[in-house]
Design a protein around this ligand. Structure first.
Ligand SMILES: Cc1ncc(COP(=O)(O)O)c(C=O)c1O
Length: 438
């Protein structure tokens, strides 16, 4: 049965846009990222499923912007959170649970000697940058241009097209190099000798590091006295419990984690070398770094969620499990595309824990309108797949239902390649998040 009723969502969307800029608190959740025929609001989730405001049920592959790695409302996490909630969520002095989680993280993450908590990934990447600047006494930051998002703060957003409100002086401090192109980073070090405080990048996205790229970045950072920061917001606890840094055998000076670490509860972690992290401490005689200091930074039930999630990830070897499901999904989608002679237009690829989908138009160009059509048609078939975050709750049943919905969607995709998109796509296509004007 095709899902067609979004009437309650549409009514609430009007109200949301009057009350909330963009109608959402994360741009990637906003209406412009989804087709017009899509659920405007999610009311609840359980396991791999979510229900929208109109009562429609979906298999969810977005999983709360990749944060929900075990499944929605996962009981072992909820029960530890409930226990903690009964004890109170915020106190006038630290709670012992802060130390308990810190011990687990330092034991788990190879590069972690000390940790500091926050509520968002943006906060910990920004803290890493400030720490690196204080440690080195330098101002420039080198970021990897292929990696789309590190933080909503000025040092990063100033480097995107959505740079309104950010002074030129700040923008000039962020430099760019390319992944798997060590010469591009060498050039930056040559052009700004002794001036680059930090290199920040994700360890890996869909394409693997080539020719020891990560080790060579490490080496360049060492040679230039620059802090190497790995942003493991997506890879951490998903690609490997110990992070991509373990898998690729590279030791950053600082690393950032979030998303999967607490199964959808608000927790992000800055982890790193004692020598650098200690600058944020209160027992040294160097200038003190105001590292992270927030009223709700160590909300106890979020830390309980972190402990419970890491326990479950380890106990069930979740990274291994999700890689298995992810590989079947990649193969399944590519097989369907091949059987319909659509391989040149639709492709699933990347690491199985984070598969990526590519959509092309008749000319072979990457196409947001065709991506939108695919989303529209899979949503109609009860699958919400704006991107793919495989979780422990996705099993064979969800896999086969998803592939059935993909097959139906591709029939429409194929027709629109020949008959034109307008005949099949309702409303406007999705837009890039990072755009200067709406
Ligand atoms: C690689 C990466 N770094 C940082 C962030 C920012 O994290 P948050 O949304 O928790 O602020 C994200 C979020 O999408 C991310 O993907």
């Amino acid at each position: 049965m095709r899902i067609t009723n979004f009437s309650r969502s549409i009514a609430l969307q009007q109200r949301a846009h009057q009350l909330i800029p963009a109608g959402a608190h994360t741009y990637s959740k906003a209406d412009d990222q989804f087709p017009e025929l899509s659920p405007g609001f999610i009311v609840r989730g359980k396991g791999a499923y979510v229900w929208d405001l109109d009562g429609n049920q979906y298999i969810d592959w977005g999983m709360g912007l990749r944060s929900v790695i075990l499944g929605h409302a996962y009981e072992p996490v909820l029960s530890m959170v409930r226990e903690q909630l009964e004890l109170g969520s915020n106190f006038t002095r630290p709670s012992p649970i802060e130390v308990e989680l810190a011990e687990i993280l330092v034991d788990t993450i190879p590069s972690a000697q000390m940790v500091k908590y926050a509520k968002n990934g943006s906060d910990v990447t920004a803290a890493a940058v400030r720490l690196a600047r204080a440690y080195t006494g330098r101002k420039y930051i080198a970021i990897c241009r292929e990696h789309p998002f590190f933080s909503f703060y000025d040092w990063f957003i100033g480097s995107t097209p959505v740079d309104a409100g950010i002074p030129e002086e700040i923008k000039q401090l962020t430099l760019k190099f390319s992944y798997n192109n060590i010469a591009s980073l060498e050039e930056l070090f040559d052009s700004y000798p002794g001036q680059i405080a930090a290199v920040i990048m994700e360890p890996v996205q869909a394409a693997p590091p080539r020719e020891n790229f990560l080790q060579r970045v490490r080496q360049l950072c060492d040679q230039n006295g620059t802090v190497m920061i790995l942003d493991e917001m997506i890879t951490g606890f998903r690609m490997d419990i110990q992070g991509a840094q373990k898998l690729f055998n590279v030791k950053p000076d600082l690393a950032t984690f979030g998303k999967a670490i607490a199964n959808g509860f608000s927790l992000a972690v800055l982890a790193g070398k004692r020598e650098i992290m200690e600058l944020g401490g209160i027992h040294h005689d160097k200038p003190k770094v105001f590292l992270l200091s927030a009223t709700n930074g160590a909300e106890t039930h979020a830390l309980a969620a972190g402990i419970a999630t890491i326990n479950e990830l380890k106990k069930n070897d979740v990274p291994l499990y999700i890689a298995g499901i992810g590989q079947k999904l990649i193969d399944g989608i590519n097989d369907i595309a091949a059987s319909m002679n659509l391989s040149q237009y639709i492709r699933a690829y990347g690491y199985p824990c984070s598969p990526v989908l590519e959509f092309k138009d008749q000319e072979g160009n990457a196409s947001l309108p065709f991506r939108t059509l695919f989303l529209q048609e899979t949503i109609a078939g009860g699958v919400l797949m704006p991107y793919i975050a495989v979780s422990y709750a996705h099993g064979e049943c969800e896999l086969s239902a998803t592939l059935a919905a993909v097959e139906k969607a591709l029939i429409v995709y194929k027709k629109s390649l020949s008959d034109g998109l307008n005949k099949y796509l309702t409303g406007r296509p999705v837009k890039p998040v990072f755009r200067k004007y709406n």
